[in-house]
Design a protein around this ligand. Structure first.
Ligand code: NAD
Length: 284
């Protein structure tokens, strides 16, 4: 049986439609949601990601400004740019594109973004609130993955969820979100012994590893839901962390790469930006 596709293109287009209506409603109140993206250096992947974010803002009517700073930017200049955006009431969201050049301290820079403008959900306060199950800005990629599960009506409570990867931006927040939804969560990583023994138990399997086609069909339970977060480039073509062609024959649901979680990541950035503008408007 071939799995049902969890289609990020369709789901993100639907979400964008709803967000566009929210942007229009905000504009009627005299507020245009504003996103500032800070891009340091000329990493080609980062340039592409930032370009996609700019395009999404244009589609939705969000005002976006990208500060392109040279590779040689000093920490003080980066931090001054963040403080300026913090102080600007027309900026509702601030995003520092990662990775930053090696000489810069990204943890310190991210800690300076006002938590309510932290549309990436990487600020310590937002991560702390997520850990406590409180209202907060949630990191876009895990938020998008959860949205796909919920949108497809997949039951999460009581299910065995296995997350491969424990990064701060994907694996850990993903595990926390699934826990919040009452799944029984296992987090696997590079030091996990007998990984397949864990993954074969999973009703919901999330792969966030960064290794092309790492999750093979023999690692997946019949009827599982498989969320592939990985974005890898092999011979110039994008592929995920899951061996899609083989795993789709075994899974009940699967996300494709491209056209899966990646699309939702951008949509969730827009969602976080619109929500930040709405909160600011309600406070004014
Ligand atoms: P990362 O390198 O920070 O973390 C990778 C994780 O995989 C680590 O926790 C590590 O322990 C684990 N791992 C590595 N080798 C392993 C192995 N052999 N067995 C089990 N676990 C292993 O990466 P990340 O930032 O979390 O990103 C993961 C993937 O997701 C990458 O391909 C990245 O490009 C992609 N990504 C996609 C989006 C999106 O929008 N779809 C967003 C962020 C990251």
């Amino acid at each position: 049986m071939a799995a049902q596709l969890l289609d990020g293109k369709i789901m993100s287009a639907e979400l964008e439609k709803a967000l566009k209506a929210k942007v229009e409603a905000l504009k009627e109140r005299g507020i245009t949601p504003g996103l500032t993206v800070i891009l340091v250096g000329d990493d080609p992947a980062s340039q592409t990601y930032v370009g996609n974010k700019e395009k999404a803002c244009i589609r939705l009517g969000i005002h976006s400004e990208t500060l392109r700073m040279p590779e040689s930017t000093e920490q003080s200049a980066l931090e001054a740019a963040i403080e300026k955006a913090n102080a600007d009431p027309s900026v509702h969201g601030i995003l520092v594109q990662l990775p930053l050049p090696k000489h810069l301290n990204s943890d310190h820079a991210l800690s300076l973004i006002l938590p309510e403008k932290d549309v990436d959900g990487f600020h310590d306060i937002n991560i702390g609130r997520l850990t406590r199950g409180e209202d907060c800005v949630v990191a876009c990629t895990p938020k998008g993955a959860l949205y796909m599960l919920q949108k497809a009506g997949i039951e999460i409570a009581g299910k065995e969820a296995v997350v491969i990867g424990r990064s701060n931006i994907v694996g850990k927040p993903m595990a926390l979100l699934l826990l919040q939804e009452n799944a029984t969560v296992t987090v696997c990583h590079s030091r996990t012994k007998d990984l397949a023994e864990h993954t074969r138990r999973a009703d919901i399997l999330v792969a966030a590893i960064g290794r092309p086609k790492f999750v093979t069909a023999d690692m997946v339970k019949e009827g599982a839901v498989v969320i592939d977060v990985g974005i890898n480039r092999v011979d110039g073509k994008l592929c995920g962390d899951v061996d899609f062609d083989a795993v789709k024959e075994k899974a009940a649901y699967i996300t494709p790469v491209p056209g899966g979680v990646g699309k939702m990541t951008i949509a969730m950035l827009m969602d976080n930006t619109v929500a930040a503008a709405e909160k600011a408007a309600d406070k004014a």
